[in-house]
Design a protein around this ligand. Structure first.
Ligand SMILES: Nc1ncnc2c1ncn2[C@@H]1O[C@H](COP(=O)(O)OP(=O)(O)O)[C@@H](O)[C@H]1O
Ligand SMILES: [Mg+2]
Length: 338
């Protein structure tokens, strides 16, 4: 077998360098990365990346395998490569390139997530510590101040509690995202129970919850999780719409005129509130993404509600659509497959 054919069978971009430092063979993936006409050239003119050149020279010297990493940018996005350089006895050196961009991106997301969680927990914790210090010192003998500070401390502790609960539920949902739910449930009944459960909060916010429901709608799904979807969406509407707004929870079944085949039930949570600038919509289901962090925190939000919704809907093989018009309101649709 020629070395060219051998390299072509490899899943990675690869090239073989002879001991006279010229390129003996390269596969198609390597040509796509480094350009055509590689064979016969000196490796220095083809590889260019200093870390890779160093590795090749070192392996030529002592035949010990080396690894290198480098980053390229094509003007649009970064690509991370891991390069493996190994001696091939009697021939020269094999250089192979692995695109590690998605791994790198996943690690970056994990780092961001940990940083976000730490920050979100640190803020209420810092407040708690400073109030405890005040209560131990200056406010020790002041019953009115004590009462007020304890109220604030309670609210901060509750915020931490909510954040932990949301984090746990997010990781639970993620863990079982591949397992499709099999139970059957009546969505109309579920919506009625959620609307009833939130009616006190709605009343306090001066908002009326209206439901538009068929008599019964059977779907396949996880009833606790779908309840959480309904609660998170309705709570958002109640929180961000503002006084006097109207919140509607509707469930529709496609008729024969259904525009998309294979489409099942739609859950729609709509409000006539402040809405938001559409630039935010694509990022809304990201963890900790908020349009107005201050407002969200003030309302007791964790920034995780819509991320949880998205994962639950993914597990149900459905889609989430969010539309919003500033000054008019927001509509979130959850479309579950038939
Ligand atoms: N019905 C709505 N009207 C206006 N803004 C909304 C609505 N629902 C969600 N948002 C925006 O989306 C953000 C993310 O929502 P979510 O993930 O539930 O986090 P949280 O409510 O804890 O901040 C909110 O902070 C808010 O800015
Ligand atoms: Mg929310």
């Amino acid at each position: 077998m020629t070395s060219e054919a051998f390299l072509e069978a490899m899943p990675l971009a690869a090239l073989l360098i002879r001991r006279d430092e010229r390129i003996e063979a390269a596969n198609d993936k390597a040509r796509q990365m480094l350009g055509r006409g590689l064979v016969g050239r000196h490796f220095i003119t083809a590889l260019r990346q200093p870390v890779v050149l160093d590795a090749v020279e070192a392996v030529m010297r002592d035949a010990q395998p080396r690894e290198a990493r480098y980053l390229t940018n094509d003007g649009q996005q970064d690509t991370t490569f891991r390069v493996s350089v190994k001696a091939v006895p009697g021939t020269g050196v094999l250089v192979s390139f692995e695109d590690e961009t998605s791994l790198e991106r996943a690690m970056q997301m994990r780092r961001d997530f940990v940083a976000n969680v730490s920050h979100e927990l640190k803020t209420p914790l810092t407040a708690l510590i400073s109030f405890i210090e005040t209560l131990k010192g200056p406010a020790k003998e002041d019953p009115a101040a004590r009462e007020r500070f304890l109220g604030v401390m309670e609210a901060e502790a509750e915020r931490m509690n909510r954040l932990i609960a949301d984090l746990l539920s997010l990781s639970r949902v993620e863990a079982e995202e591949r397992v499709r739910p099999t139970a059957r449930l009546d969505l109309a009944k579920l919506v009625k129970s959620v609307a009833l459960g939130l009616s006190r909060i709605a009343e306090d916010a001066g908002i009326e919850i209206v439901t538009e429901l068929p008599e019964s709608v059977e779907v396949r799904g996880d009833s606790d999780q779908l309840r959480q979807v309904l609660v998170n969406l309705t709570e958002n509407a109640l929180k961000y719409a503002g006084k006097g707004a109207r919140v509607t929870i509707a469930v529709t079944r496609p008729g024969y005129e259904a525009p998309v085949r294979d489409e099942g039930v739609r859950i729609i949570v709509r409000d006539t509130g402040a809405g938001m600038d559409p630039v935010h919509l694509p990022r809304l289901t990201e963890r900790f993404y908020r349009v107005d962090s201050h407002r969200s925190r003030e309302k007791g939000g964790t920034g995780l509600g819509l991320a949880i919704v998205k994962h639950i809907v993914n597990r149900h093989r459905g889609r989430v659509r969010i539309d919003s018009t500033p000054g008019q309101g927001t509509e979130v649709q959850v479309i579950l497959p038939r």
